[in-house]
Design a protein around this ligand. Structure first.
Ligand SMILES: O=C1O[C@H](COP(=O)(O)O)[C@@H](O)[C@H](O)[C@H]1O
Length: 236
């Protein structure tokens, strides 16, 4: 697998936690801290959310946080092509766990409209992202096969300088096959990128990543490097 890039290698800082709960607590605090900093410096906080199961409890903790929700702007790293109210939509999970319970203005929550189909959703989301130079924080997960967002092994990662911001995936190896994802290039345009990784099934992907094997997660390459929050057991 080639990353097709001339960028310097990804700078990765590994943060291990004894328990999943400790990891989730640290991720929640990092998000809130990044929000405080962004709002005090720039008056707004632009966060990109991970989907899947790993961030659910982080989102549930955020709903009880005391934050300046009016200044938050929420985006998604990827979305699955399913009806808007489908339980396996990343947006549905984030809404149930967090977004439905806080006062972020609806106009500042930017779902990827995959219920319209891949092409229409990708072009709509490309427009949504116009004018955003750097996200303040990109939150990402890691799949068993090393995928992140909907950037899968042996698929387009779009990590070159001229890559589109949003890509269409028609044949993902994980259900559902049709998805829309921010490109690795667009996900890298961020002040801070955090991966949260838990669950024994991720062990091989972590091992590959740490051994320099070009898994998709390694294609997200912001100038400031990435922080990986993971359970200590995954480093064994
Ligand atoms: O399909 C997806 O998978 C990854 C990892 O999900 P997890 O359930 O193992 O946490 C997720 O980060 C991505 O957003 C999602 O669409």
């Amino acid at each position: 697998m080639s990353l097709l890039t001339s960028n310097p290698p990804q700078q990765c800082r590994w943060h291990s936690f004894k328990t999943t709960a400790a990891l989730e607590q640290a991720a929640t605090q990092t998000i809130l801290q990044a929000a405080l900093q962004a709002i005090s410096l720039r008056g707004a906080f632009q966060i990109v959310l991970a989907g899947g199961t790993t961030p659910r409890r982080v989102y549930e903790s955020l709903r009880n946080a005391d934050a300046d929700w009016a200044a938050w702007h929420v985006y998604f790293g990827d979305e699955r092509c399913l009806p808007a109210d489908h339980v396996e939509r990343n947006s549905w999970m984030a809404a149930q766990a967090w977004l439905n319970h806080v006062a972020i203005p609806l106009t500042q929550i930017h779902f990827i409209p995959t219920e319209k189909g891949t092409q229409a959703a990708a072009s709509a989301y490309t427009q949504t992202l116009v004018g955003i130079e750097l996200f303040d924080l990109v939150l990402l997960g890691l799949g068993e096969d090393g995928h992140t967002a909907s950037l899968f092994p042996d698929h387009e990662l779009a990590n070159t300088a001229n890559a589109p911001a949003v890509i269409v995936v028609e044949d993902a190896p994980k259900y559902p096959p049709q998805r829309v994802s921010l490109s690795a290039h667009r996900l890298s345009a961020a002040r801070k990128v955090i991966f949260i990784v838990s669950g024994a099934t991720k062990q091989q992907a972590v091992k590959n990543w740490r051994n320099g094997i070009a898994i998709p997660a390694a294609a997200v390459n912001p100038t400031n490097g990435v922080d990986v929050y993971l359970e200590a057991a995954l480093l064994a």
